[in-house]
Design a protein around this ligand. Structure first.
Ligand code: SAM
Length: 512
């Protein structure tokens, strides 16, 4: 018999609830989550949400074999005084390994397709991590417990109640799950976080208890403090860019003046022939190639263009080959951690990427790799609640309502006005100069605008983040549908948003 069933329910409930509270209150838990993130041992339900049949049969076989071994090792020994069921552990290790493998595929290849190599890599990564952790397998299982409770309870909090069958199959919040969430439901019910109510209109329904709501809030705070929620958001932005197949076309449609505007930015940056220039957040190489950054440094100069999105870079690379732009090198790197020595470049530039980064770190890195007296120039999107597209308050009301209900500022995407200049000064730059700009963004048609708004700049992603998976998809569909009528009736002017921005330039500090 399963040890869980041998334990008396009341006693087990107390032990488990005490264990959870201990975890939630112990500062070591946030550190443990940070260590897992650093080691790439991740439980990312958003990325997982984009998996369809993305695993090859060979990859699945590798994962299944490892799940069997890990479950046998973990059974009866993960938590002190409480035995998780074998079934719970099997699902947990399956989900964890899948998530780690997808994360790797996403980072290395820019796709979410997992082959045997990524699967074996995930198993190795988890084993190495666990071997270095004093409490071994209890760390990833604890991570799984916390993240999935956040997801499960969050969905219930959103819907109010859910038919038990839908909860068990994750219909609305984790539809990709191959097995069922029965064990997770049982565990939550045992702790008094969930209750099954019968009858309700849809049959037997699951609801979140007041205690469940309290725990959800505690977990949310822990995931926020540990950086897990911010990390998740960053992954989501990256996944969106990785999957934005037609970025250049979408930009040309939505922001028709963006290329001439970017030329003005390059004038502002004052680049000269012969210089060695670093570009950050280059994406598909729109500024690098289409707008001609690479030509500005000829003859003799060269450009190293970086971005963390493998897929965007792949597109940039093929454009460069077509153009014969031999003085450009594309390299995968986030702006916060650049693989270059101090002062390696004459100038460092970047366009509308800063708000996706940890801005203080990214600016410090940009200044570090620029030679003393060299230019650092940034094109920055500015977060502004004012002067938005006239039709947007009505069109995007479901999103604004959600934002209001959570006390969030609904419209901002971008950096604060003056933020980039301040960061440049803090990093030691002198002669910092800012020019305000406006770039018109037009809702030419509802489908491309909603895609751009939610996928391009990742606009509103923070508002969508706590929604269950199916709800996010439904909302995108609803916005596109509502936009049909709005785009038919409203004038082009009413569908135009003068997006505020800043061009900011400074000189990297000289030697003391
Ligand atoms: C709106 S696109 C801009 C691309 C390009 N600069 C342009 O103007 O067309 C934002 C880019 O920022 C990149 N990005 C996301 N996170 C980043 C990070 N941590 N460091 C640098 N770039 C990042 C995305 O991959 C994406 O290519």
């Amino acid at each position: 018999m399963d040890p869980m069933h041998r334990q008396g329910a009341g006693e087990a409930r107390e032990r488990l609830a005490a264990l959870l509270q201990e975890r939630l209150r112990d500062p070591a838990t946030a550190q443990m989550i940070r260590r897992s993130l650093d080691a790439g041992v991740v439980m990312d339900t958003w990325l997982a949400g984009q998996r369809e049949e993305n695993f090859t049969p060979e990859a699945l076989a590798v994962i299944e074999e490892a799940v069997g071994i890990l479950t046998a090792q973990a059974y009866g020994s993960v938590f002190p005084n409480y035995h998780l069921s074998e079934r719970y552990l099997t699902v947990a290790f399956h989900e964890l390994l899948s998530s780690i493998a997808m994360f790797q595929a996403h980072r290395e290849k820019g796709t979410l397709e997992v082959g045997e190599g990524e699967a074996a890599g995930a198993v190795e990564r988890l084993r190495a991590f666990v071997a270095a952790e004093p409490t071994g397998l209890s760390v990833p299982v604890g991570l799984y417990w916390l993240v999935t409770s956040y997801e499960n309870y969050g969905a219930l909090a959103h819907y109010g109640r859910m038919p038990e069958e839908d909860f068990r199959f994750g219909t609305f919040h984790r539809p990709w799950i191959k097995s069922t969430l029965t064990e997770e439901m049982n565990l939550a019910r045992l702790m008094g976080h969930l209750e099954t109510r019968y009858p309700c209109p849809e049959g037997q329904c699951v609801i979140l208890t007041p205690e469940g709501r309290r725990v959800l809030e505690q977990i949310r705070r822990l995931l926020e403090d540990s950086g897990e929620l911010a990390w998740r958001m960053q992954q989501q932005h990256l996944a969106l860019f990785n999957e934005l197949e037609d970025y250049d076309e979408l930009m040309a449609r939505i922001a028709p003046t963006v290329n001439p505007e970017t030329e003005r930015f390059l004038d502002f940056a004052g680049l000269r022939p012969g210089q060695k220039v670093l570009e950050l957040g280059c994406g598909t190489g729109r500024m690098t190639l289409n707008v001609g950054l690479y030509r500005r440094v000829l003859p003799g100069g060269r450009v190293v263009a970086t971005d963390p999105s493998t897929n965007m870079l792949a597109r940039a690379g093929s454009k460069a080959r077509e153009l014969g732009a031999a003085n450009v090198e594309f390299l995968r790197s986030p702006a916060e951690n650049l693989p270059f020595s101090d002062g390696a470049f004459d100038a460092t530039v970047g366009m509308v990427f800063l708000h996706f980064t940890d801005a203080p770190r990214a600016v410090r890195e940009a200044v570090r790799v620029t030679k003393p007296g060299g230019t650092v120039a940034l094109g920055v999107a500015i977060r502004s609640d004012a002067a938005m597209m006239p039709v947007l308050p009505v069109w995007f009301e479901p999103i604004f309502a959600l934002a209001r209900s959570r006390g969030m500022a609904p419209t901002g995407v971008g950096n604060r006005p003056g933020e980039a200049a301040q960061l440049l000064r803090e990093a030691g730059c002198v002669a910092v100069h800012t020019v305000p700009v406006q770039v018109p963004v037009v809702a030419v048609d509802p489908v491309s605008f909603v895609r751009w708004a939610l996928q391009g700049p990742g606009f509103f992603q923070e508002v969508l983040e706590p929604l269950p998976y199916a709800e996010r998809l439904r909302l995108v569909g609803e916005l596109q549908e509502a936009g049909r009528e709005i785009c038919r009736r409203a004038t082009l002017e009413e569908r135009t948003w003068l997006w505020p921005g800043e061009y900011v330039r400074g000189s990297a500090p000289g030697p003391d």
